[in-house]
Write a protein that binds this ligand. Structure first.
Ligand code: NAI
Ligand code: MG
Length: 493
């Protein structure tokens, strides 16, 4: 691992902060309480800006604006092709200011600028364009029922969508949430993560500038138990789409019972990445490396349990270590940086405590396990060898650059162990045996299975979890359906 902490960090003031308030009904407003909170640059621990701290009152205001924009038909009854056109325009606007948005994202989140620019933004823009094209292709069906009737279905927007997003992919999560909701004709009350509100606020301004009507998109920055909880409870909001921790989803499920909201959840994982003896080990090592270390390990689908066949263990570990050794950790704005800081102090402490636990429980820390520098939440890429299923580093979502390596002996055993988790978000298998690949894909209980690849995402491919990794799917046609209600119309002939 090389570190480039010695280089000068990009001067924070080079990235201009333009929006720090709530965005409600097309206006920038301070929170009603007047309260603000700091958003911090995780690379330097320096405050970037004070952000309006919204709570229940601001959420109410936003919910009324979104309800009004929905109920008047301003958005939901706009010609579908025109709704799509606005989404295309938003995508174009984002493309025009990609370098600024990428810098803002990196400043707030800490991810390498090269990733923000070359991964997050292109995926976000692509997602908006994918759903823009869907706006005028949302069809019902005609149904041949008994008797002299004409029966058909309509797919109508679900109404006001409450959207609560996390900090690990701030812009991308906005796109995953806005794209299908807006294409379907829903209006939005969004609460960005308290760690990373800046790009979401900027996108609201871009939406306003390209012509989204007032009230269609509303943003209330703030904290989960206040602003987030208010979104979940508000009677004018029809649905909550949430991405984050499964424990938060459990709270949301309870808190939404009163208003029986439609819920979709994208939660965490402890995804198995399984390397059979016949695998291409170079490709598998690369897949394990990216599958875990991408985004500082802060991925819901991180391949955090890497299982390698016992016969290939030493060879595989050597390849994995030689890749990991070269990982450049440091200033997220430096061109050569591959890994920035963790998003905040809480995450940093959580990860360091798991590294301690891994050592105490007897796993062998063969690489990393340390803080880098004294400022900023940097952690060396960490590999634990000799991990056993019952250890906490093999069970809990660490959400950091900590890879657990385990070994296995045969197929039945590994399928059983891969599934021995309450999560079920993603899984991967590396083998040259096609039948084995398909068998694994059909027997592993996960929403996404990658064969001889990892972290391949596309706006058209549904993503979401089995078991406690989620409810429903995002992306693809399924992601769109989650923002619609079915209506059956029957007419006597
Ligand atoms: P979190 O689930 O608490 O936060 C995600 C979002 O939910 C944020 O916008 C937050 O303000 C909001 N929120 C929190 N409590 C809420 C409540 N009671 N009602 C409504 N909204 C609420 O996740 P957190 O605390 O940021 O991270 C904790 C762990 O969760 C991480 O270490 C990681 O393991 C996991 N996580 C998983 C993510 C994923 O992509 N699946 C993303 C972020 C975190
Ligand atoms: Mg939390």
């Amino acid at each position: 691992m090389s570190s480039i902490l010695s280089t000068d960090f990009l001067n924070q003031s080079d990235v201009k902060i333009q929006h720090t308030e709530c965005f409600i009904n097309g206006e920038w407003l301070p929170s009603k309480s007047g309260k603000t909170f700091a958003t911090i640059n995780p690379a330097t621990e320096v405050e970037i800006a004070q952000i309006a701290e919204g709570d229940a009152e601001d959420v109410s205001h936003a919910a009324e604006a979104a309800r009004n924009a929905f109920d008047t038909g301003l958005w939901s009854k706009m010609d579908a092709r025109d709704r799509g056109r606005l989404l295309y325009l938003l995508a174009d606007r984002m493309e025009q200011e990609m370098t600024y948005l990428a810098a803002l994202e990196t400043l707030d989140n800490g991810k390498p600028y090269q990733d923000s620019l070359n991964v997050d933004l292109p995926l976000a823009i692509d997602c908006l364009r994918y759903y823009a094209g869907y706006a005028d292709k949302i069809h019902g069906s005609t149904i041949p029922i008994r008797g002299k009737y004409f029966c058909y279905t309509r797919r109508e927007p679900v109404g006001v969508a409450g959207q609560i997003i996390p900090w690990n992919f701030p812009i991308l999560m906005v796109a995953w949430k806005w794209g299908p909701a807006l294409a379907a004709g829903c209006t939005i009350v969004m609460k960005p993560a308290e760690q990373t509100p800046l790009t979401c606020l900027r996108l609201a301004q871009l939406a306003k500038e390209v012509g989204f009507p007032d009230g269609v998109i509303n943003i209330v920055p703030g904290f989960g138990p206040t602003a987030g909880a208010a979104v979940v409870k508000h009677p004018l909001i029809d649905k909550v789409a949430f991405t984050g921790e499964h424990r938060t989803a459990q709270i949301i499920t309870r808190e939404s019972a009163e208003t029986l909201k439609r819920l979709t959840f994208e939660l965490g994982g402890k995804s198995p990445n399984v390397i059979f003896a016949d695998a291409d080990l170079d490709a598998a090592a690369q897949g394990a490396y990216i599958g875990l270390f991408l985004n500082q390990g802060q991925c819901c689908c991180a391949g955090s349990r890497v299982f390698v066949h016992r016969s290939r263990h030493d060879e595989f570990l050597e390849k994995l270590q030689s890749l990991t050794k070269q990982r450049v950790v440091g200033d997220p704005f430096a061109a050569e940086t591959q890994q920035g800081p963790q998003v905040d102090q809480a995450q940093f402490k959580k990860i360091m405590s798991y590294i301690e636990k891994g050592k105490q429980e007897g796993a062998n820390c063969v690489m990393g396990g340390e803080r880098v520098g004294e400022k900023g939440y940097f952690i060396t890429p960490t590999i634990f060898d000799g991990v056993r299923d019952e250890m906490s580093i093999a069970q809990d979502e660490i959400f950091g650059p900590v890879l657990s390596l385990l070994t296995f002996d045969d197929k039945e055993e590994i399928i059983h162990r891969a599934n021995a988790t309450f999560y079920g978000l993603a899984a991967a298998v590396w083998t040259r045996d096609v039948a084995l690949a398909h068998e694994f894909a059909s027997r592993v209980r996960a929403g996404t299975v990658w064969v001889n690849c990892y972290d391949v995402f596309d706006a058209a491919a549904p993503f979401g979890g089995f078991k406690m990794s989620g409810h429903g799917r995002e992306l693809g046609e399924e992601g769109l359906r989650a923002y619609t209600e079915n209506k059956t119309v029957t007419l006597a002939l």
